[in-house]
Write a protein that binds this ligand. Sequence first.
Ligand SMILES: *Cc1c(COP(=O)(O)O)cnc(C)c1O
Length: 428
Amino acid sequence: MKKSLFLFEEAKNYIPGGVNSPVRAFKAVGGNPCFIHKGNGSKIWDVEGNEYIDYVLSWGPLILGHSHPKIVEAIKEEIKKGTSYGAPTEIEVKLAKLITEIVPSIEMVRMVNSGTEATMSAIRLARAYTRREKIIKFEGCYHGHSDSFLIKAGSGALTFGMPDSPGVTKGSAIDTLVAKFNDLNSVKNLISENKGQIAAVILEPIAGNMGCIPPEEGFLKGLREITANENILLIFDEIITGFRVSLGGAQELYKINPDLTTLGKIIGGGFPVGAYGGKKEIMRLIAPEGPVYQAGTLSGNPVAMRAGYETLKILKEDKDFYKKLDILGKILEEGIIENMKKLNLNFSYNRIGSMSCLFFTEQKVKDLNTAKKSDLKKFSIYFHEMLKRGIYLPPSQFETIFISIAHSEEDIEKTIQANFDSLKTIFA
Ligand SMILES: *Cc1c(COP(=O)(O)O)cnc(C)c1O
């Protein structure tokens, strides 16, 4: 731990809080972050040489595991040619076409450099298209850190107890209305109180930033109906769920066609990428075809595009990919539930495929309020007990665990054992 600690102390002199994204600092669980030296497959190694089975996976993107040989080869080939031109390249067209094939509701797509940019641009577009200004988001859903979204925003913001960040103007906050996840009535009420003023309803179709919370039966379908009736655009933020819960994302899994979709994480194959797309009629409003301005010096960067393209190709060509991931998720779930039985514990466990979360509360977790019932002190101890045993979990209760295709059954079994030993240390 010495070298990580030294680096962290050094980092704090030059980088606010020593990190370039708040949740990395381990503030929610205490202690100092591990500085990572390298990753391979399901594993990462910190600068002291400790090995961990990684369930963060760069917060979701690395569905193929770390440094997948095919991705590494492809990137090398691409980099040798050059790294950025600020002019169109063929690989951008190939990736855009592949995305439209995989996600039918996306007829056209625009590449950006982060998820934050994707959601920020998607609501600008929705506002322009509908000529309305207000948006509805859900408590505990995170859509990046742009001003309109830093209202009851989940994970990082939740953990740090600043759902409304200083610096966000009243003007931007006032146009963001907040509904409750899995509660259609809360949406209906906001819509009727703001008749004809709502441009879009945006949500994570499976919440992944207040732990993992699936939509209840009928919730997404209800949202689709209400929004269609009121000419409100429905935006699925599939930055986590896209290519994660099924090839075509949550919209394929639940058979819902949103008007716009935001993507990120997996489509970058480990590089900084975001994207937003949807119906041609709406997307054609974006510059230079239409008047809605949105641009990016490094957008569609060929190296990132190539990494994303090769990743999606692997996901598309392996017909059993999501079945295999689901089996790993199921083994982990069953193991942890069995452990809890043995220890007389009955904590809530949510899972969709390779996304899951063990909440330290017995109450069923279906929204932000129930997620917040979790015992955060116990979670912090659990996190460190798992870390000691070589399991690298997200350092916050309000994050989702991800499994990659590189995780072996042996990794999962080792994790189940570590879970048992950790829970026993804390509760027995
Ligand atoms: C990660 C995430 C974002 C933000 O993406 P960045 O690339 O971190 O800006 C937006 N929405 C969801 C659902 C996310 O999980």
